[in-house]
Design a protein around this ligand. Structure first.
Ligand code: ADP
Ligand code: MG
Length: 458
């Protein structure tokens, strides 16, 4: 491309930024490039089909105006998917994910008691089933975990636990493994992440060491694979895993899996794997309700040798929502402040702990904030999302807001329906199904959700 072309494009980008605003610019134009220009015709490369469609429908006019402004003549623009940009976007996503993980890890106390081990295969000695606090949101999954830890019957095989991040999936899987290792006749329990399994599989292929790989995983008495949804779209690894699963279950060995989504929402999952998952037991972890939040907070403070008066627990559990990780963050902050001031936790310290952690997480997140943010990103007004209009332009963003409300606030369908002034909650259920299926079938849609989530967690 000529220097003139590059310069023009960066001037146009500046113009778009000033007209569309920084946030929208970041979402839609951050990963674009000028692919070709032919007098008054410009082709712009974008990373995904979804973005391509979206830009064509919503931004063609604006982009053409910006070109006209810069070049001084009428132009035509066209959007195409550029594979290079797609790969760059994936890379950025992975880096963002890693950053998010790091941030949430820094809210926790340094992990102690980690036994030596390779990569993601270690067990954290603190994640025992005894330390797991139960409530209506997780009691079924917990009961299933205890059943597996304490018997050899394997009545449900595999056990498939799914739920949002920070709700205790890893804790349950590691708790099961620890319990099996501590039995009088210890079991050979193998814990690995879906990513670890995939990497080990790929490496074994490269180094022709499949025998060792198979001996390791098929020789286990119990195999726990965390974040199994990592196998989405990876048909080779899925195939190998299917054989592992068959080998283990036919030898009456237990398999336990965790995933952020239901088996039927894992993208490009082989039919026979999906049906194997569904034939076992599938249990969901839901965000903790207020009573469970209170119990978890009390337990975490007790672990930190802090007694917490009931009124402080009530105060905090009403204000901290979402995932258990947030509760851990607040327990750490409160314990640290109590130590610092040399007094027992009280409401004043609780407020201080809350404000210390605000900004780092979503303590103050409300449904209104979600609606406003989603509306802004889709170039709509919040009123439009609250209206009863059903055009695609408005209903998709509304469905996204509903989905995020479930995910980030843990609201019930009924609560959401009420918030949107609907009489019954069937449309809220539909919205979540729709978004879940879009996530599954349109990996580009995931970009939007990921961006919104990270904006909302700021
Ligand atoms: P996930 O794997 O679902 O993202 P984790 O298992 O890593 O979530 O849980 C996040 C943190 O919250 C961990 O420190 C875990 O010990 C803690 N935690 C989650 N659920 C509970 C619970 N019910 N009781 C006690 N601690 C919990
Ligand atoms: Mg986990």
């Amino acid at each position: 491309m000529t220097f003139v072309g590059k310069q023009t494009w960066s001037d146009v980008l500046e113009e778009i930024k000033s007209r569309a605003g920084q946030a929208r610019f970041n979402l839609w134009f951050r990963n674009t490039e000028l692919v070709s220009s032919d007098e008054s015709k410009f082709t712009i490369g974008v990373p995904t089909v979804f973005i391509q469609d979206w830009l064509r429908q919503h931004f063609t006019g604006l982009v053409e105006d910006c070109f006209a402004e810069v070049t001084g003549g009428a132009v035509q623009v066209r959007f195409v998917v550029a594979p290079r940009l797609f790969h760059r976007l994936r890379q950025q996503e992975l880096e963002e994910k890693a950053k998010l993980l790091e941030e949430s890890a820094s809210l926790l106390q340094p992990l102690s008691g980690i036994s030596a081990g390779v990569g993601a295969s270690y067990l954290n000695q603190q994640l025992t089933l005894d330390n797991f606090v139960t409530g209506p949101c997780n009691s079924l999954a917990y009961a299933a975990a205890c059943e597996i830890a304490n018997t050899t019957e394997n009545t449900f095989n595999p056990l498939f636990i799914h739920g949002g991040t920070g709700l205790g999936k890893t804790h349950l899987l590691q708790g099961i493994c620890l319990a099996c290792k501590k039995r009088e006749a210890p079991l050979q329990a193998v814990y690995v992440s879906g990513e670890g399994f995939t990497n080990q599989y790929v490496t074994s292929l490269q180094y022709r060491s499949m025998d060792a790989f198979r001996a390791h995983f098929r020789g286990a008495d119990l195999l726990a694979i965390d974040d199994i949804d990592f196998l989405a779209n990876k048909s080779g690894t899925q195939e190998e895993f299917l054989h592992t699963l068959n080998a283990l279950t036919s030898a009456n060995k237990q398999v336990v899996l965790a995933s952020s989504v239901h088996p039927s929402d894992i993208s490009k999952l082989r039919e026979n794997l999906a049906s194997r998952f569904l034939a076992g037991m599938v249990v969901e972890l839901r965000p903790p309700d207020i009573t469970t939040r209170r119990a978890i907070l009390a337990a975490k403070l007790k672990e930190r040798r802090k007694n917490c008066p009931a009124e402080v627990l009530n105060f905090l559990s009403a204000r901290v929502g979402g995932s258990v990780r947030e509760l851990l963050g607040i327990a750490n902050a409160l314990a640290a402040l109590a130590r610092l001031y040399g007094k027992e936790p009280d409401i004043a310290l609780a407020c201080q702990a809350l404000s210390a952690l605000k900004g780092r997480s979503r303590f103050s997140l409300t449904m209104e904030t979600i609606v406003t943010k989603v509306a802004e990103e889709f170039a709509l007004k919040p009123e439009e999302l609250y209206s009863s209009r059903r055009t695609q332009r408005i209903s998709l963003p509304r469905q996204v807001a509903i989905y995020l409300g479930r995910e980030l606030l843990g609201w019930s369908y009924a609560e959401i329906a009420r918030h949107f002034g609907r009489k019954d909650h069937s449309s809220a259920i539909f919205a979540c199904k729709k978004v879940a299926s879009m996530r599954k079938n349109n990996s580009n849609f995931e970009d939007i959700l990921m961006h919104l989530r990270s904006e909302l967690k700021r």
